[in-house]
Design a protein around this ligand. Sequence first.
Ligand code: G3P
Ligand code: CA
Length: 290
Amino acid sequence: MHARAVTASATALLGTAALLFPLSPARAADSGARPVVVAHRGASAYAPENTLAAVDKAAALGIDWVENDVQRTKDGELVVLHDDSLRRTTDVEEVFPGRAPWMVRDFTAAEIARLDAGSWFGPAYAGARVPTLEQFVRRVERHGQKLLLEIKHPQLYPGVERQILKVLGNGGWLDRRHVKHRLIVQSFGADSVRAVHDLEPAVKTGFLGTPPVADLPSYAAFADQVNPTHGSLSAGYVAAVHALDGPHRKPLEVFTWTVNDADAARRVAGFGVDGIITNTPDVVRDAVGG
Ligand code: G3P
Ligand code: CA
């Protein structure tokens, strides 16, 4: 066959392959493509973190991926909040004086539903509530967004992984379309990530941290991502993660956090990361074009 015909056939084949097997984020990074941008606790530079308003703000900015933090109340409801105490991001001290240190696990869902989770951020958000996971997931779904769910403080909440998966399943988030393209579950707790993988092997998972390179193969048994803080990152580390296949037989990915300025975003994009988790998703998107 003539060389040009061979080239044309190969190009056509590659085009077909690209349609059939779209680039995974890791392969996209290898090819020089742009990292995905994840709104950390929602677009938390512009709206109170982990509230529905922060999800809405991310959607208004055109951001597909939203990260959150999931914990459990005294009566077993899953709620979205970062700290193990309600003190920093709600008016719990005023509403329930004398119940220091105001731990999430010491309050019922009904008590938490009374709290103002917006005024601390600004008067425009007065009356925002701590959402339940069910409410949060419904809002993300309504916007057609994708969810990077963090299991926060899993050591405080035995069995929370099964419970989270139940809420996700009830919301339709464990069907093939969601688990392949729209959901990642991550945690600093390796046991928690492993538990999610064991309970629902189809779900994509991430380990938060920067394990030594020599330990990475053990994480690759149950985590599809290794997600380090950006200060701990180098091109060599990203390459070492990408060199391993995860539980779904695809190269491990790297989503790094929390990158809030354009220079840092360009730096980690240069390392080949697959995702950037940020409070300022518009700034990062404009810097890296994700
Ligand atoms: O998504 C990564 C990041 O959220 C982990 O740290 O403390 O903000 O939950 P933190
Ligand atoms: Ca988080």
